[in-house]
Design a protein around this ligand. Sequence first.
Ligand code: CA
Length: 334
Amino acid sequence: MWFSLFLAAAAVVMASTAAAPGTPVVRSVTPPVDHGEGCYWDDRTQVLYFVDIAGELVNRYNPATGQVTNIHFEGGGVSLVVPVAGSLDELVVTRGHDVLLVRWDGKSAEPESVKVIISVEADKPGNRFNDGKADTTGRLWLGTMGPEPVPGDVTPNQGSLYSVDTNSDNVVTHLSPVSVSNGLIWSHDDKFMYYIDSPTEHVDVFDYDIVTGDISNRRTVFDLTSNNITGVPDGMTIDANDNLWVAVFNGAKVLNVNPRTGELLRVVDIPADRVTDVVFGGSDLSTLYVTTSRYGLSDDEVAQQPLAGTVFEVTGLGVRGVAGHTAIRSVPPQ
Ligand code: CA
């Protein structure tokens, strides 16, 4: 385990802070990590959690102080972090094939406790968990992806999409195979679940039954290829208008899409090619936080995009998000 404390004093402003209303301002706010991903805004504590998959870190960024604290995990990529409902120091974290329950005060060099509560795909040692979120009931959805022998080159059709009851530790398999299970988010009425399997280059939607957790009637709401957009869709969130915000890996941008019409509403350029995830945060949920990666970039590419791997904040968008959901866990860690 190791610990580091960063100050974002070197934050770089990427656009004029005097920009006109509605013109986004993009600003790097953290030092770079290797593969930033999996961002979660904790509206209760006003901090941003994000992971470094390759660096096996859970990071905690406090915008009020500019500080980043983190904890390190051994044994596989760390792909998501979701706080536990009713607790300010418990997190659900995925590492490799495992779902972990972690107790951490957000400051110490090491977590107080780490317990494996669920493991999947023991027959596929090269697979690992990837993106995921909790729905409004606290049911956790998360998917896996196949081996990645070369960064960015994932063996297709090896993964699955699951939901998990983190109280009973029951696991339900919903889709198999998938290739790189990634962004997912729900409409405000819980009637639709949007989903990205990245190599499809689609954003898809399912009808969602919030009571049973069943998904059905998959169809595509946005196709990057037919919209002449370079890159693949990665993480995703939704705003208060029920419009999607989609990170584009190898595309240096975030897309704002109306999923009811398929209309591309807006494109926000990010000064890093590998844009991985997005979430709204800040005191009024009007700041879009964007994680990026430098994993697999050559030294020359890093020199050309030195902010790759940092977290960016985008302000001035003129929209607000909605607070993320926590995972339900009544069984304390041991
Ligand atoms: Ca991702």
